[in-house]
Design a protein around this ligand. Structure first.
Ligand code: CTP
Length: 383
């Protein structure tokens, strides 16, 4: 009998197939949404506690861009910071970076070496950074978290996998974690701002010892072999202090992975680029504006030592190369470039025939317009 009572349904399906098709389709879409997202009609006040909401929008419309936020002091910015921001960017589509204020750093860690302005230039110069927020707080407070979510439309807050504790022992990212809007990246081993300050102090100490030895030598009026040994010890010290292991994968991760176009004007600039700073970013930006493709030659540790002194460089060749490669104005680096920029080097080392005449003419432009002496003047500025 039930069957007889429901016969109007089958008659309806037969006479109005489009109408029933539409009803069935709507029901299927609603059912799918409900089962996939755990329910429909989530109150907007729960948005912070809804970690996959961004993914929801992205999948539904196919165009919601995920915005991620990472903060930090970025003092004496190094390739570990750059690698952190590279990983953060990979977790979304747009990376917003909060640069912690001087006052907040002083209160939580002690005084920074670089000023807010210098740190801003360095962070903005990184190829993975889309936006920068100056004077960010050290801890993610409720108020700042609301600003990030509502004004800056941030989907996730990101930090390295090292604990970040406030002076009272609490977690600086506790609120973001509680809101389910926290993601973690892997900290880069072998480098930190503290380590770099340690290297600088160690070099200063060694220089003093070295100078003291030199003083006693002149008193005796003869060359003391121990000085030479001391110098060599100093020169190799930086390499001993660094725990960084360069891998081809890391270089590839930092690389743009594209060469100059057929008619590109290639600009070449070389130097030590030790302790990468705001001045380096500025000169690389200016160099890039001279052409379409910026190739940067990084001098070997030995070359730097020969020209700057046995205690330099502070950062070794691969560390310096990664810092330069992370800069948004740089297209390619030569890891261990020769000191002399000659026509022969241009032809042999950089295969200019592959790049075309423009590349050659830019090189010639550099060679004709700057004598080595002039180039050295420029170099001293960005060494
Ligand atoms: N970071 C990293 N690898 C490093 C150093 C830092 O991944 N070797 C990450 C941190 O985890 C953080 C971000 O870079 O998410 C910014 O770090 P920052 O606040 O500048 O300070 P520290 O974590 O103390 O690192 P450092 O002492 O090197 O400045």
């Amino acid at each position: 009998m039930d069957f007889e009572n429901n016969s109007w349904i089958w008659e309806g399906v037969y006479h109005y197939p489009h109408l029933f098709g539409g009803i069935m389709l709507t029901a299927a879409v609603l059912g799918l949404s409900t089962s996939f997202f755990g329910g429909i009609g989530v109150p907007s006040s729960l948005a912070y506690f809804w970690p996959d909401l961004g993914i929801f929008h992205k999948r539904k419309h196919g165009k919601k861009r995920i915005r991620v936020y990472m903060d930090g002091c970025f003092d004496l910015m190094h390739y570990g910071h750059a690698n952190a921001l590279r990983q953060a960017k990979a977790l979304g589509d747009e990376l917003v970076v909060g640069v912690v204020s001087d006052e907040e750093i002083i209160a939580n860690k002690g005084p920074p070496v670089l000023s807010m302005d210098e740190r801003l230039v360095l962070v903005s110069g990184l190829k993975w950074v889309d936006e920068v927020i100056a004077n960010a707080p050290y801890a993610i407070t409720e108020q700042f978290m609301n600003t990030l979510f509502n004004e800056h439309k941030i989907d996730y807050i990101i930090h390295g996998d090292d604990p970040c504790l406030l002076p009272d022992g609490t977690d600086a990212y506790a609120l973001a974690k509680k809101a389910g809007r926290y993601k973690q990246i892997k900290r880069t081993e072998g480098v930190s701002s503290t380590d770099i300050v340690g290297r600088i102090l160690s070099y200063v100490k060694d220089t003093k010892t070295h100078d003291d030895h030199n003083g006693s030598t002149s008193l005796h009026g003869e060359r003391d072999n121990t000085n030479e040994a001391e110098g060599e010890k100093c020169q190799s010290k930086g390499l001993h202090l660094s725990h960084f292991l360069p891998t081809s994968r890391r270089i590839v991760q930092f690389s743009n992975d594209k060469g100059p176009g057929p008619n590109a004007r290639v600009v070449y600039i070389d130097g030590a680029f030790d302790l990468f700073h705001a001045g380096h970013v500025e000169i690389l930006k200016n160099a890039r504006q001279l052409g379409d493709f910026l190739l940067v030659g990084i001098h070997t540790d030995q070359t730097v030592s020969e020209h700057r002194g046995a205690h330099y460089p502070i950062m070794h060749l691969h560390e310096r190369s990664l810092s330069v490669l992370a800069c948004r104005y740089v297209d390619e680096v030569i890891i261990g470039a020769p000191w002399d920029v000659t026509k022969d080097m241009v032809c042999k080392s950089f295969s200019i025939n592959n790049f075309g005449n423009e590349y050659y003419s830019i090189f010639l432009y550099i060679l004709l317009n700057f004598s080595r002496w002039q180039l050295m003047m420029v170099f001293t500025d960005f060494y």
